[in-house]
Ligand binder design. Structure first.
Ligand code: AMP
Ligand code: MG
Length: 425
């Protein structure tokens, strides 16, 4: 476990008073360590978990050559002439092969087998003519000239997965597709890393818990719910610690409990300059914590470090700043702690529908909505209200436009990077 000072010394151009977004990511990836405890889980409980070992395919999928169509199977040797010289073929139908039971007879030259999708192709039959292309003539069919090549409409044994090959890799997030893949291999239990435990609380005397009577100057706590949602979707075990008042005894008790129970502690509020409160004081007293001003918008102030064995992410208070710093920095760090090998958020390129103001020297994350034009090109419309407290912009948007450190004003039509957050936010 490296101290903050060691990590800071390793980072080129580390300036806590004007930290670049890239340095934040680099710092955090050096600060956090993946969990090391494995457990086994049933497939129905495995969605969103992270694989703790490679999964080697115990079988071939599909296990047999089989038909991709409802039609007639025959020996592709009948098609040995080039397609343009191929005559129409007349083949006698000798039986029917259904999916789920292998057909036992033999098929001689000039014969074929009626076959259903998924039915095993008997030895010697490698080509299937779809039913809609043939003409039935009594007990025979006529395959039109020049239609097929040998091997058409055959699914080959092992074309999805070969026995003995890795089907899934350690560190992969188990998606619905991965669950299906595991099931296709007959695997009902998988090794996963233990869940990450993340404690969260909101700070600030102006923050009301739901159910409290509104009072002048106070606002309802929204960060607790966005962070709860973000953590839940990430597959973390969330320890909700509510709102903690600006009182040294209460804050000390909250940080101490969180550090005993959680792998990571997330707080919001109380980390900006000139905050006349005890949050920063308590972080400093109880842990090894750095206080940053990040060259970004929204979300300039952030505290990062360790309290006991827990990693601390002290996020700013503004509701959009919380979500942006979470998506840009905390989420990738938590994914690394979860043992997940893919930590970068999905990015795409889209053209800006309108000109945007941008000052070089900071990274801006603007809320935007990506949509595709009739020619398939992607366009992004930046939200009209980019205020760091305007949570409704996060609800309207489907991604964050990332305006990089050195970028300046954007013209309409310029191509921009967008961090998509559908399914995450
Ligand atoms: P701070 O970072 O503590 O200076 O807070 C910045 C702004 O975010 C202030 O307007 C706070 O009222 C607001 N804020 C802080 N925490 C929360 C919260 N949990 N829910 C909603 N707004 C908050
Ligand atoms: Mg405050």
């Amino acid at each position: 476990m490296k101290t903050l000072a060691t990590i800071a010394a390793e980072l080129e151009g580390y300036d806590p008073q004007a930290l670049r977004a890239g340095s934040v990511s680099e710092f955090l990836s050096r600060l956090v360590e993946p969990v090391t405890t494995r457990e086994t889980t049933a497939i129905f409980q495995a969605l969103g978990r992270v694989l703790a070992d490679d999964v080697i395919s115990p079988i071939c999928v599909p296990p047999h050559d089989n038909s991709a169509m409802d039609g007639y199977a025959f020996d592709g040797g009948h098609l040995s002439t080039p397609a343009e010289d191929q005559p129409a073929l007349t083949l006698r139908v000798v039986g029917t092969a259904l999916a789920g039971s292998a057909w036992q007879g033999t098929v001689a030259a000039g014969e074929c087998l009626k076959i259903m999708t998924g039915a095993v192709l008997p030895p010697g039959l490698d080509t299937v003519v779809p039913q809609e292309f043939v003409t039935e003539r009594g007990a025979s069919i006529i395959v039109p000239a020049g239609l097929l090549r040998a091997g058409d409409n055959r699914r080959k044994r092992g074309e999805d997965l070969m026995q003995g090959q890795p089907a899934l890799h350690i560190g992969e997030l188990l998606t619905p597709a991965a669950l299906g893949l595991l099931a296709s291999l007959g695997i009902a239990q998988v090794p996963v890393w233990r869940k990450l435990r993340v404690a969260y609380f909101s700070t600030g005397d102006e923050i009301l818990s739901l159910g409290e009577a509104p009072r002048e100057g106070a606002v309802f706590d929204s960060n607790r719910y966005t962070v709860f949602g973000l953590l839940s979707r990430l597959g973390c075990e969330v320890i909700d610690m509510g709102v903690v008042r600006d009182d040294p005894t209460l804050l000390e008790a909250a940080f101490t409990r969180a550090s005993l129970e959680a792998d990571a502690i997330i707080t919001s509020g109380g980390v900006s300059v000139g905050e006349a409160d005890y949050t920063k004081l308590m972080m400093k007293k109880l842990g090894d914590v750095a206080f940053w001003k990040i060259a970004m918008r929204p979300g300039r102030p952030m505290a990062v470090g360790r309290i006991g064995r827990s990693v601390l992410f002290g996020l700013p208070g503004n509701p959009v700043a919380v979500m942006v710093t979470f998506l840009a920095f905390v989420r990738p760090a938590l994914l690394k702690m979860m043992g997940c090998t893919r930590q970068a958020p999905p990015m795409l390129k889209a053209r800006s529908l309108k000109p945007l103001r941008k000052k070089p020297g900071r990274t801006e994350y603007q809320r935007g909505t990506v949509s595709s034009a009739s020619d398939g090109s992607l366009w992004v419309k930046a939200d009209d209200n980019q205020g760091s407290g305007v949570l409704s912009s996060m609800v309207r948007a489907n991604g964050l436009i990332v305006l990089h450190h050195q970028q300046s004003d954007i013209a309409a039509g310029d191509e921009l990077d967008v961090m998509m957050f559908d399914g995450v936010v």
